[in-house]
Design a protein around this ligand. Structure first.
Ligand code: GTP
Ligand code: MG
Length: 203
């Protein structure tokens, strides 16, 4: 699938005000600064459809982008940004959990993790939360341009193995990406296309 049309629709702090069109929706979530907004731009082949920043905490709202006039990509605030106030952290937490608990249109989440890092407790806890709430997700390893090509597979295998050593019986689908080199986007778009097709057949 190619993204031929992408447009920003709306930013919200209130989940109930998000678009209510019954079309498939996919959300990008992960630690602050992991590369969520950059990946959305990369998937859409746009430079600044989603706002990015070198400083964590850039995305603070629920942002809906309509793709090919048929489905939504959602850019969410990051979790785990240490240098923000407790009140802010709580507000973000609430925004994120309400989003995941209330968005019936959500088909799947993409949990982004930086390929350079060992499994982080906050990501593990978030994936567990998705599992408990029966929200399908896949893992996206970001910033793969920052590690040597030969080391990528080992990092991925080690990461997935740690999930299997924990609470998971099987590893979720996963993707390796670099927004800098625009890699991994075809795989993600192909996966979304398949899920869109399954959705169409089930309705
Ligand atoms: P918040 O909105 O703050 O939660 O961050 P985010 O997850 O949306 O991250 P964002 O896309 O804004 O990117 C954060 C920083 O990482 C920026 O400086 C990006 O240029 C950089 N970055 C994102 N993806 C990549 C990548 O694939 N490779 C490299 N080298 N840098 C990246
Ligand atoms: Mg962002």
């Amino acid at each position: 699938m190619h993204v031929t049309h992408s447009e920003f629709i709306i930013s919200n702090t209130d989940v109930s005000k998000c678009p209510n069109e019954p079309i498939p929706e996919y959300a990008f979530i992960g630690r602050s600064n992991v590369g969520k907004s950059s990946l959305i731009n990369s998937l859409c082949d746009r430079k600044s459809l989603a706002k990015t920043s070198g400083r964590p905490g850039k995305t603070q709202l629920i942002n809906h982008f309509k793709i090919n006039k048929k489905w939504f990509l959602v850019d969410l605030p990051g979790y785990g940004y240490a240098r923000t106030s407790k009140t802010n952290k709580k507000a973000f937490q609430k925004l994120i959990t309400r989003y995941f608990e209330e968005r019936r249109q959500l088909i799947s989440a993409f949990v982004l993790v930086d390929i350079r890092h060992e499994p982080q407790p906050i990501d593990m806890a978030f994936m567990e939360y998705l599992g408990i709430n029966s929200i399908p997700f896949s893992i996206v390893f970001t910033k793969s341009d920052k590690v040597k090509t030969g080391a990528i597979q080992k990092r991925v295998t080690t990461y997935l193995q740690s999930l299997l050593d924990g609470v998971w019986e099987e590893a979720p689908p996963h993707f390796v990406t670099s927004s800098l080199h625009k890699t991994g986007t075809d795989e993600i778009l192909g996966y979304i296309e398949q899920l869109n097709q399954d959705f169409k057949e089930s309705t």
